[in-house]
Design a protein. Structure first.
Length: 312
């Protein structure tokens, strides 16, 4: 019979390492309940000011709950992780971190916003700008083959720091097992994020989660795959969107141009500071590759859901 396990909240690790001993070992079909820390490992809290950013201990960033071993898992298998439940824990933060993000040169100074998440399914950037709360775990991964003190960021074919906002409640993530037992870990939870996480932080939040593990023997996949339970943007799917674009031969530069144009649009049309406009892009704006096959000139779109604005 399938069992439910409770992962101890005091057990975290900060790198991928095949030598990390599993904290829990479960069977296929079992569920694990986790309480993950925010990505700063509690260095940023509800009362923090922007001054905290300069003193961050980066060795403590990305605390992961894990590893969780799955009995019988071997390379060549696929581990399915069904997200049964996710809840934020009352607060979260979003920041501009110097030197990081899509527009690092445009925004060289630190900036921090703390968000109250006790109102339920929205939080507010401003009283007339409601950000939908759609929690997901920014990092879910199995241990990479041969990993030794490997940083959590960036992601890889093993999953990891994918920051894929569609991995919400009801989604099943499929990961290619790379080491015996799979050694799954998770963390870096977000209360909200647009596709791209362009300022390098989503709405970073401690999180309650319930995950069910199912092992698919001898079903190899090359990289993560996932099955969602509904619309990709369920809270705003039926409303209007405003798009800006970047066009050219470089997708990264195109993404920068599209987001710069959106920051300008939010500042001029909605009276946001450039910093708040950039944060809003990270929390709500979705980047899309709109065109990639036309003679080396690619189109990247930044899409803003207008339903977040009062009266839209």
């Amino acid at each position: 019979m399938a069992a439910t396990h409770y992962f101890p909240s005091d057990e975290v690790h900060f790198t991928w390492d095949a030598g990390n001993a599993p904290v829990l070992t479960v069977d296929s079909g079992d569920t694990v309940v986790v309480h993950t820390r925010d990505v700063s490992d509690n260095q940023i809290g509800p009362d923090s000011t922007v001054d905290v950013i300069a003193g961050l201990d980066w060795d403590r960033v990305y605390p992961l709950a894990g590893p969780i071993a799955v009995n019988g898992a071997q390379p060549g298998d696929t581990l399915a992780i069904e997200v049964l439940d996710l809840h934020t824990q009352g607060w979260g933060w979003t920041a501009i971190l110097p030197g990081l993000g899509l527009l690092a040169d445009d925004f060289p100074d630190p900036y921090l916003r703390i968000f109250d998440l006790t109102a339920g399914d929205v939080t507010y950037l401003r009283e007339d700008i409601a950000i939908p709360i759609e929690p997901f775990l920014g990092t879910m991964g199995v241990c990479p083959e041969g990993a030794s003190a490997q940083p959590v960021m960036p992601p890889g074919k093993f999953g990891g720091n994918m920051d894929t906002r569609q991995l919400t409640r009801g989604t099943t993530l499929y990961l290619p097992v790379q080491v015996a037992g799979a050694l799954f870990s998770c963390g870096d939870a977000h209360g909200a994020q647009g596709d791209g996480e362009v300022c390098v932080t989503g709405l970073e939040s401690p999180m309650y989660g319930a995950l069910r593990f199912t092992l698919h023997k001898d079903r190899p996949i090359a990289a993560p795959q996932y099955l969602t339970s509904g619309p990709l943007a369920p809270r705003v799917a039926d409303g209007p969107w405003y798009g800006t674009t970047g066009v050219g031969p470089d997708l990264f530069v195109g993404a920068q141009e599209a987001v710069r144009a959106m920051v300008d649009h939010l500042a001029s049309d909605y009276g946001l500071s450039p910093e708040d406009a950039y944060l809003l892009c990270s929390l709500c704006v979705d980047l899309r590759i709109s065109e990639i096959v036309d003679a080396g000139q690619y189109v990247v779109s930044a899409l803003l859901p207008l339903q977040i604005f009062a009266g839209a």
